[in-house]
Design a protein around this ligand. Structure first.
Ligand code: HEM
Ligand code: HEM
Length: 181
């Protein structure tokens, strides 16, 4: 009996991919629009939305990773050169890693600053550290640097690759991640 693997991602993987993409766009816009966070900055609505959205993205990434680890990706298109398929894997797994590391660093930094975190004011999210815990002040700078130089650069490469497949190579790589088609 021949078992043919599905040529596209599962509906759950596709919904999670595009939902997280949209939430990330909103999250960067909120992050760049909210007041700069200093020593005595009050937690304004936008800052609170940044924390809530970040916690939501973190929860969705955990679900997505659990789904991915239990549901294999569709087999790679045979026409894609080996090195490109390998590079795509490295970029995609690094994105998963950074999507865990960035919100965790944000959560650590908000905790370090003693700022209250809630999930859309529905319930409190506990701090990960005591306020001003020694040795944790770096978390804010690294949170921002990894978000802006890590996630944005890798996502840019990833999106450019997806567009290259679709518009230049005219293969089915993009379709694997599109709803419907
Ligand atoms: C994937 C999720 C996240 C992304 C992409 C993200 C992105 C950003 C960005 C771009 C900034 C820079 C804002 C500026 O230019 O001043 C920022 C700042 C900040 N974010 Fe996030 N964030 C995420 C999740 C979180 C979470 C979950 C929390 C807390 C629960 C958080 C807390 C903070 C704090 C405290 C700052 C200010 C850091 C500082 O200036 O030292 N972030 N975030
Ligand atoms: C216009 C935006 C985007 C397009 C067109 C796009 C397209 C795609 C495509 C076609 C795949 C499947 C690749 C394959 O089958 O080898 C994929 C997978 C993936 N994408 Fe995107 N993507 C976009 C944005 C993003 C963003 C912003 C992120 C995260 C920051 C992201 C993270 C991922 C990850 C982690 C995978 C791997 C899926 C897996 O195998 O588990 N994508 N994307």
């Amino acid at each position: 009996m021949v078992i043919t693997a599905p040529a596209r991602y599962t509906r759950t993987a596709i919904v999670l991919h595009w939902l997280i993409f949209l939430l990330l766009i909103v999250q960067f816009i909120v992050g760049w629009s909210m007041p700069h966070i200093g020593r005595n900055t009050p937690v304004t609505t936008l800052i609170s939305v940044h924390f809530s959205l970040g916690v939501l993205i973190l929860a969705l990434i955990v679900v997505r990773l659990a789904w991915r680890l239990t549901h294999a990706a569709p087999p790679q298109d045979a026409s894609v050169p080996r090195w490109q398929a390998n590079l795509a894997q490295v970029v995609q797994w690094l994105l998963y890693l950074l999507l865990l590391v960035v919100p965790l660093l944000g959560w650590l930094n908000a905790s370090y600053r003693g700022m209250p975190i809630t999930f859309f004011e529905m319930f409190p999210v506990p701090p990960l550290l005591a306020t001003h815990a020694a040795g944790w002040s770096w978390t804010g700078d690294i949170h921002i640097a990894v978000a802006e130089y890590g996630i944005l650069v890798l996502a840019g490469l990833h999106i450019a690759a997806a567009l290259y497949h679709h518009f230049i190579r005219h293969d089915r790589v993009l379709q694997r991640m599109l709803p419907g088609a």
